[in-house]
Design a protein around this ligand. Sequence first.
Ligand SMILES: Cc1cc2nc3c(=O)[nH]c(=O)nc-3n(C[C@H](O)[C@H](O)[C@H](O)COP(=O)(O)O)c2cc1C
Length: 215
Amino acid sequence: MNIEYLLTATRSARKSIDLDAPVDSRDIRDCLRVAFQAPNGSNQQSWRWLVVADPVIRTRIAALYRDAYLQLTGGQLVADMLEGKTPFGRLMSSTEWLVENLAKVPLLVIPCYEPYLTRTEGGDSFYQATLYGSIFPAVWNFQLALHTRGYGTCVTTLHLHREKEIRDLLGIPESYVQGCLLPVGRLRAGHTFRPAGRRPLEEVIAVDSWDGPPV
Ligand SMILES: Cc1cc2nc3c(=O)[nH]c(=O)nc-3n(C[C@H](O)[C@H](O)[C@H](O)COP(=O)(O)O)c2cc1C
């Protein structure tokens, strides 16, 4: 796969995941090997990635995910009201599809990380940047590696509204933080992604100072 295409067209996969296609654990292992080449604070690598395949556990995680989503929306699914006509409507339709189908996605991957700093050692921003900056480069490597092998995933964080319940369910020690939840499956046959619409460069880049000109 062309590198520029891979970097610009690796999209969040939700409806494009084939719920019936089996996942090859050797592929997932390979993608995780690529993931772990990512930079992380002081090269501590204090991560543990939980790969949940058991359908009973997936169903319980999916129920917590749904519960968290409905709490945020005041107890209702909203995508139908938005009719999928606007970009936001389409996003909500995909988001809710995942809410309804998470249990059927073949693998749920949860990257966990044990921060080696305590909040008092650095300011909060330093702590957060070092912690999440040690998780998400590996997550992105994982996403890219999956894409090259015909798999798809999507960063999700909604389950963190039920962080403790997920911790208890999976036996995650108190000292570890859950970075996100990645539903993983093969992409539907023939499915391809395109570069997405993003804000124009001149809106988001400034040279030398906040109000400086774009590059
Ligand atoms: C930190 C983060 C949290 C996200 N949380 C969720 C989530 O809980 N549920 C979901 O369906 N998508 C989630 N997403 C996916 C975003 O909606 C998606 O990345 C965004 O709409 C851009 O689309 P693209 O990834 O296809 O370019 C999350 C993405 C990021 C980076």
